[in-house]
Design a protein around this ligand. Sequence first.
Ligand code: MG
Length: 333
Amino acid sequence: MTIRDQLEEREMEYLSPYAARSRDSKGRKREEPQCDLRPVFQRDRDRILHCKAFRRLKQKTQVFLLPEGDHYRTRLTHTLEVSQNARTIAKALRLNEDLVEAVALGHDLGHTPFGHAGERALNNVYHFSHSEQSLRVVDYIEKEGRGLNLTWEVRDGILNHQTAGMPGTLEGAVVRLSDKLAYIYHDMDDAIRGGILTEEDIPADIRDILGNSCKARLNTMIHDVITNSMGSPEVHMSPGVDRAMKDLRKFMFENVYLNPKAKGEEDKAVHMIEQLFEYYVRHPGALPKQFKDALAETDNTKEQIVCDYIAGMTDPYAVKKFHEYFVPGAWKI
Ligand code: MG
């Protein structure tokens, strides 16, 4: 019996009847021999952690563009906080922690530079959704175009992590909710840090239910999810906390995500990404080899391949490329 066999046995005995068991996975697109140490979801988690797109998250915007302060979240720290929330919930509900971790670490791999401004720009010029793009990253773009060949459950959780998604596993549903809990917590914390808002600006009826600090509110929401989902085939909150969370999210959309102080530079980011898109569509020869090969070898449109390349850029890399193509360089002797 291998260590993997033993771990799979343990899952059969220990996990909730509603959990996804590694042994019951619907499998990978290309079949592979099993690892002797790790069940499939644990192995997928490691593949995601080791991929290049994961490392690039460290220089991608969460909400505040290119922040100078060291303590603002980036897409990488957001991802780690989502994973942490999801694992806490999964552990308490005896769901598959490896699966939630894999989905959480992979959910934003397709995010553009400059956060939702970048997403908006690519949607203006072509078509773009970051959850579909995250799936493209793990299916087609990583490993020089070969993809990570992940299991159905991890791919499903990544694709369906946004509000409109319907994940096929409870673990996927845990990540979808944990993503919201994470950004409600840390985007408000960063907004207070950045002087966009103060704690007292949050409506009192929301704070009465959720708590009077970012930390207290996260704690309330996580406890509420666990208490209300225990022994249930669904992940949900109590109606009161759910309502307050939605109200807080709405408040944040109105006061943080669309705040001119925080978003003043966003139009420039949109313009820059649109310009880069047009440049590469007109000059596909400027794409790196992998993307030129994809143009020649797949039936993807040029626009899709250009989107793939630009979506993968970090914020500073996009700025560097914009400079290279659109800003005249100084004469050097
Ligand atoms: Mg996210």
